[in-house]
Design a protein around this ligand. Structure first.
Ligand SMILES: [Fe+2]
Length: 235
C-alpha cells in the first residue's frame, strides 16, 4: 500500500515507464506515463506539484503533458503549481470539462487547457506522444467531460470507478443516466483488454480481500466491483 507521496514505478513491455502514486487526504491516485528516450512525461491529475516535481527532478525528468480526467478541485489541485513551474506544459482535458459556471467553482477548479478532446459520450479516441499511446474514453456522469485513460498495462478510471464502487453523481454537473451509460461502456472496454492490466481508481477508497489495495486487476474489477458486476441498462 502506497504511503502519501510514495511512487510505484514499473516498466511496461514496450519500455514505457508507468508511475503510480497516492497523495492527499482523499487518497487521490495519480498515474504518469514516461518515455525517457523522447523526453515525454505525461501525468494524469497530478495532486501535489511539489512532490511530483521533486520526484521527477531526482530522475532527471521534467513534465511535458498534463492529462485531466475531470476538473473537480481535488483532481486539479496540482495545476497552479505545475503550470507556474512549467509554463510550456501541454494541458489536455475534454472540451466539456471546462468549468461550467460561476457556481461550479465550488467543486471545480479552472484549468487552462491548451488542447481538448471533443469525443462523444462512450467514444474512445487515441492520444499519443513519443512512444506513449493511450485510449481516451469520454465517460460523463460523475462530472461533465470526465474521461478514462488506458494504455501500457493500465486503465486509469478517474472517478468513474473505484476498486469496489463508483463515483458519486450528486455534485453539480453530475448525471446519473450518463453515469449508467459510462459504466456500461467501461464494462465493455474492460472486458476487451488484458484481464491482468491494472485498474487505477481516482481514489483509494475501498477495501478488497481484507486490504485496501492501490489498484485491482481488470479481471478482479469485473468480478468484484459492485457496479461492473451488476450494471444493466434500464430504459
Ligand atoms: Fe471527482
Amino acid at each position: 500500500m502506497l504511503s502519501d507521496g510514495e511512487f510505484h514505478i514499473s516498466v511496461w513491455e514496450d519500455g514505457v515507464e508507468v508511475w503510480v502514486t497516492q497523495m492527499g487526504n482523499l487518497m487521490n491516485m495519480n498515474t504518469a506515463f514516461i518515455d525517457r528516450s523522447n523526453g515525454v512525461v505525461a501525468i494524469i491529475d497530478p495532486f501535489d506539484a511539489g512532490k511530483w516535481t521533486q520526484k521527477l527532478e531526482e530522475e532527471g525528468l521534467e513534465p511535458t503533458h498534463l492529462l485531466y480526467t475531470h476538473t473537480h478541485r481535488d483532481h486539479a489541485a496540482g495545476f497552479p503549481g505545475m503550470i507556474k513551474r512549467f509554463p510550456e506544459l501541454e494541458v489536455w482535458g475534454h472540451e466539456e470539462a471546462r468549468v461550467p459556471s460561476l457556481l461550479g467553482h465550488v467543486v471545480f477548479r479552472k484549468i487552462d487547457f491548451t488542447r481538448t478532446w471533443d469525443c462523444l459520450p462512450d467514444e474512445t479516441v487515441g492520444w499519443s506522444a513519443g512512444a506513449i499511446n493511450l485510449g481516451i474514453t469520454h465517460s460523463p456522469g460523475h462530472a461533465p467531460g470526465h474521461v478514462t485513460i488506458h494504455g501500457h498495462g493500465v486503465y486509469h478510471a478517474g472517478d468513474l470507478l473505484f476498486v469496489r464502487s463508483a463515483g458519486r453523481v450528486d455534485l453539480p454537473g453530475g448525471d446519473p443516466k450518463a453515469m449508467q451509460r459510462s459504466l456500461i461502456r467501461a464494462k465493455e472496454l474492460l472486458s476487451d483488454i488484458d484481464q491482468n492490466w491494472r485498474l487505477i481508481p481516482g481514489h483509494r477508497y475501498d477495501s478488497h480481500g481484507g486490504t485496501t489495495p492501490d489498484w485491482i486487476s481488470v479481471g478482479d474489477a469485473l468480478k468484484f466491483n459492485y457496479f461492473l458486476a451488476n450494471i444493466t441498462m434500464v430504459e
